[in-house]
Design a protein around this ligand. Structure first.
Ligand code: UDX
Ligand code: ADP
Length: 459
């Protein structure tokens, strides 16, 4: 079975970059990415490549190479389904905000809508690939909908979870540690293997059964998040004992059994995956009455929430137990550097805590637009949109954010923050001038020399 036409439903952070690279590396396969969101598709088609809706280093070049050749972005979902041999489902699966499993289970309504649409439109056999992160055994539900509502054509379901990390999506896609394909039909699996083999060495393409593939995605993210929570728990211990968490990370990371990656203490992990996937794992474990397993993984989230609150409370305590009316300049809002994604960003929760205390928060982020920041705050539902706008100001110039501030808080590890003229900043800030570094990004010796009071996580 040779794939000639691929369609991907969902042009977000996963679908957009992944399909761009598949198209780049398979010039003979026509790849169409569709989305209901017209503005998003228009942005993917923008002649100005700096306007792509997803910011990822190197993505503009990949899109520039393939778009119009064999990569297309469209809102015509039915046509793209009809013509494809293989359909990737890459729509969002947010945590449920209502009903059973509220706050824990994944909301599968978008997936189900996709399945029903595929079933209604398809007039020929299709391979359907789950790309979105899904609870284990979603493939079963997908198959049931496709087979029961379809026009009598055959559907083969594959699970092909995405392991790219935002900010490094293009390099991760170009050079993946592994590609995972789960499925039951050997021919369908082989068809997808061939797509990846265009650039990924065969030994890095792992094939498993469907359920192992689905579960592996959740487990990989749970293990990664667990490492961050583990080192963050130690950061608190370091602060009271005089140890330095970076030194501890380095010391333990040299043990090849532990490894050096993902041991950077921070204000807390964010992003669309870690929290959602662990909550999902916890929900599945609970639904099978595996209470000890569920409680174990839930601690990773509890510790992460604690880390965010702890960071905010340290700011309040250090500023003489009140931030009412004080200006706190936020450097960074994205959940990590080199992305414009803010989902579950620690900055949102730290801001919320400070706003409860009536602080004035002035935000500067190199890639996140003001409307997104206000949307994130509205989504929390803590206070009215007017109240958010009264207390939170978003600026396009970091020096403006910091002028007159009682404290600076580093929430995202953007490289540019290191290169600022901190001597000039010191002149314009209130005294004493506090810096709270939630990413351990800045240079303590330099800042203390300039007269800042510098606090970093885990020191
Ligand atoms: C993650 C997984 O890494 C990726 O494989 C999966 O496909 C999607 O979820 P992502 O959320 O994009 O990727 O970014 P990641 O680099 O994993 O960072 C997640 C969060 O953890 C960020 O907020 C980051 O700042 C934080 N983090 C990461 C730390 O605080 N310390 C670390 O050492 C590493
Ligand atoms: P992810 O990080 O998983 O890629 P995003 O929210 O960035 O998540 O992207 C998911 C995209 O899927 C959104 O652009 C959304 O509009 C799109 N989408 C959701 N449901 C459908 C659907 N039924 N048909 C087409 N697109 C959809």
């Amino acid at each position: 079975m040779q794939i000639k036409k691929i369609t991907c439903i969902g042009a977000g952070y996963v679908g957009g970059p992944t399909m761009s690279v598949i198209a780049q590396k398979n010039p003979n396969v026509e790849v169409t990415v569709v989305d209901l969101n017209e503005a998003r598709i228009a942005a993917w088609n923008d002649a100005d490549l700096s306007k792509l809706p997803v910011y990822e280093p190197g993505l503009d070049a990949v899109v520039g190479e393939a778009r119009g050749r064999n990569l297309f972005f469209s809102t015509d979902v039915d046509k793209a389904i009809d013509e494809a041999d293989m359909i990737f489902i890459s729509v969002n699966t947010p945590t449920k905000t209502y009903g059973k499993g509220k706050g824990q289970a994944a909301d599968l309504k978008y997936i189900e809508l996709c399945a029903r649409q595929i079933a209604a439109v398809a007039k020929s056999d299709k391979i359907v690939v789950e790309k979105s992160t899904l609870p284990v055994r979603t493939a079963e539900a997908l198959k049931s909908i496709l087979d029961n509502t379809g026009n009598g054509v055959n559907f083969h379901i594959l699970s092909n979870p995405e392991f790219l990390a935002e900010g490094t999506a293009v390099t991760d896609l170009h050079n993946p540690d592994r590609v995972l394909i789960g499925g039951e039909d050997a021919e369908a699996i082989e068809a997808l293997v061939q797509v990846y083999e265009a650039w990924v060495p065969r030994e890095r393409i792992l094939t498993t059964n469907l359920w192992s593939s689905e579960l592996s995605k959740l487990v990989a993210n749970a293990f990664l998040a667990q490492r961050v929570s583990s080192i963050n728990s130690i950061s608190e211990l370091c602060e009271v004992t005089g140890a330095n968490v970076d030194e501890v990370s380095r010391a333990i990371g040299h043990d090849s059994r532990i490894g050096a990656k993902f041991l950077k203490a921070s204000v807390g992990f964010g992003g669309s995956c870690f929290q959602k996937d662990i909550l999902n794992l916890v929900y599945i474990a609970r639904s099978y009455n595996l209470t000890a397993v569920a409680n174990y993984w839930e601690q990773v989230i509890i510790l992460n929430d604690h880390q965010k609150v702890r960071f905010a409370e340290n700011i309040i305590k250090t500023l003489y137990n009140t931030v009412n009316g004080k200006n706190i300049a936020f450097l960074g809002w994205a959940f990590k550097k080199d992305t414009n994604d803010t989902r579950e960003s620690a900055a949102i929760y730290v801001a919320d805590h400070l706003l409860d205390e009536e602080a004035n928060v002035i935000v500067y982020d190199p890639k996140v637009p003001a409307e997104q920041i206000y949307r994130d705050l509205v989504y929390l539902g803590t206070r009215s949109p007017e109240e958010n706008r009264r207390l939170v100001k978003v600026v396009n110039d970091p020096y403006e954010a910091l002028a007159g501030a009682h404290a600076a808080a580093v929430l995202t590890e953007w490289d540019e923050f290191k290169g600022y003229d901190w001597a000039k900043i010191k002149e314009t800030m209130k005294r004493p001038s506090f810096v709270f570094d939630g990413r351990k990004l800045l240079n303590r010796a330099q800042l203390e020399e300039l007269g800042f009071v510098y606090y970093a996580i885990g020191e």
